[in-house]
Design a protein around this ligand. Structure first.
Ligand code: XMP
Length: 511
């Protein structure tokens, strides 16, 4: 089945991914492409959205793509920079604005009986973020809405299905933003809402069958959501020809290797657990710099994985749990670095498994969609709801050098913290949580004895994508109980602190 597709042309706005997420929430499939790489198969797209941009249309280096295949030929929604671009090149005028046009605003004029504004009334809050403004509408422009400071907040072009808005419907602060996108896409552009997790699973499995045939595929499982969902999709398509490798680097959570391995086996996956803890700890010996630790872990992983992949005779493909934000980053209009990094690899020097062909079944999905797809395949709720966990694991939560004893202490502390979050029904309200072992000893007293032991920090954050985050206001009683339990049960710890820093300026991890 061919889905109706929407094209989002990216002019480099920080909000472009949000547009795609809002569109997908309407069960409409969309793709983001950079403004300078408009797909040649433009007729496949049912509607087009132009994103915002950090540029000014009046700047020499601003994006000025040729829209002649789109404008007037397809339903078009131009957002912020997109709207200014339309105005600037079609007989209107864009100039620096005199008043502040950032943040909240309210629509104080809305043209009546406009399908574009159906269900949205005067007063609706919208989010502005621009320093230029449209002084005069383009030729055939019809004003649809204004705010107190922005006269030409929304307009359409007479005789075309072209709409333009200077505010951002994709951010949550535009309270009717989703309704507006629905009005444009569903009611005006007549795009079908046929993008569902079930349809994704069916089509992906069929596609994988066709692409992979009888080939063997190797996949590194991490215990996380993305690699697990990718594995289940591949398993549905090729069964035992999928060879999964789950490496214990000795830096996982307490009992995680055994528990997750069992869970994978229970799901019918052909999975090999490789306990390489000793090898990892060996290469980490004496390292205390965070980046050196990361590098050592990355290299050790490549060696272990390469050894294991070699044991699979005649394997042709490497499957990865790459998701859409990684893909967009590597092709974004502002030029993410990952594409260049990959293309500059010296192929001769790569480990053998990296010479395999790559298959990435989740490369068009956002994280929340990955979870929905997993749920539609009846995957375990706990597995799908797991917090993100960094690849280098506890190594970057033990500040400074690593020892077996430090890892043991941190695993115990972390397990108490996480178990308590679950039993207090707080786990699902938190984006990510964990404990950090600090490189300080402090004085304490236990019974009549003076102690001089370790201090641990607890960290729990709220976030939607890990890019920004805030600490979670956990109940005092919870912190009190958890702190007591840690100090009473974990030998070697006499002090617990709670991290109340937001990101930015802090980061989620401490290293
Ligand atoms: P920061 O600390 O940068 O973390 O705020 C943002 C998110 O990324 C995770 N993280 C990592 N994940 N390898 C990973 O696979 C790493 O080296 C790494 N460092 C941070 C972190 O857990 C959070 O989810």
């Amino acid at each position: 089945m061919q889905h109706n597709k929407v094209l989002i042309l990216d002019f480099g706005s920080q909000y472009t991914q949000l547009i795609a997420r809002r569109v997908r929430e309407l069960n409409i499939y969309c793709e983001i492409h950079p403004y300078n790489k408009i797909p040649t198969s433009i007729e496949e797209y049912k509607a087009v959205i132009l994103s915002g941009s950090p540029f000014s249309v009046r700047g020499d280096d601003a994006p000025h793509p040729d829209l002649s295949q789109i404008r007037g030929k397809k339903p078009l929604l131009a957002v912020c920079y997109g709207a200014q671009y339309l105005a600037h090149f079609s007989g209107g005028e864009v100039a620096p604005s005199n008043t502040r046009e950032y943040g909240r605003a309210n629509l104080d004029f809305v043209k009546e009986n406009e399908a574009f504004f159906a269900g949205i009334s005067r007063g609706s809050q919208v989010w502005m973020s621009h320093s230029d403004t449209i002084k005069h509408l383009p030729t055939n422009g019809v004003l649809l809405a204004s705010t107190h400071d922005v006269e030409n907040a929304a307009f359409k072009i007479e005789g075309e299905q072209t709409y333009a808005i200077q505010f951002h419907p994709e951010v949550y602060h535009s309270t009717d933003g989703k309704q507006l996108l629905e009005n444009f896409l569903v009611h005006i552009a007549k795009v079908n809402q046929d993008w569902t997790p079930q349809s994704f699973v069916e089509e992906t499995v069929d596609g994988l069958k066709e692409k992979l045939g009888n080939d063997k595929v190797v996949l590194g499982l991490s215990g996380g959501v993305d690699s697990s969902v990718a594995a289940i999709l591949l398993h549905k398509a090729i069964g035992k020809n999928l060879y999964c490798i789950f490496v214990n680097n000795g830096l996982l959570r307490k009992n995680e290797f055994e528990n997750v391995l069992k869970q994978y086996e229970g799901m019918g996956l052909n999975v090999k657990g490789v306990d390489a803890s000793a090898r990892f700890l060996d290469t980490l010996k004496g390292l205390s710099d965070p980046e050196e630790k990361r590098k050592a872990i990355g290299n050790a992983f490549i060696e272990v994985f390469d050894d294991e992949a070699h044991r699979i005779e005649d394997v042709k493909w490497l499957a990865q749990g790459t998701i859409y934000p990684d893909v967009i980053e590597s092709v974004s209009a502002t030029g993410g670095p990952s594409a260049t990094i990959k293309s500059h690899h010296n192929v001769g020097g790569l480990p053998d498994f990296m010479k395999l062909k790559i298959v990435e079944p989740l490369r068009m999905l956002f994280k929340d969609e990955v979870r929905r797809v997993g749920a539609s395949m009846d995957m375990d709720k706990d597995l799908l709801g797991r917090h993100p966990f960094p690849g280098p694991g506890l190594a970057i939560r033990i500040l400074g050098d690593l020892t077996r004893e430090k890892i043991r202490i941190l695993q115990e502390v972390d397990a108490i913290f996480i178990d308590n979050l679950k039993s207090w029904n707080l786990y699902d309200k938190v984006w990510q949580a964990g404990a950090i072992l600090l490189p300080v000893n402090s004085v304490g007293v236990m019974g009549d004895e003076r102690t001089y032991e370790k201090c641990v920090a607890l960290r729990a954050v709220e976030s939607t994508d890990g890019m920004t985050a805030d600490w979670v206001n956990l109940p005092y009683e919870f912190l009190q109980k958890t702190s007591n339990e840690i100090i009473n049960k974990v030998k070697g710890v006499n002090r617990v602190v709670y991290d109340i820093s937001s990101k930015p300026p802090a980061t989620i991890e401490w290293e």
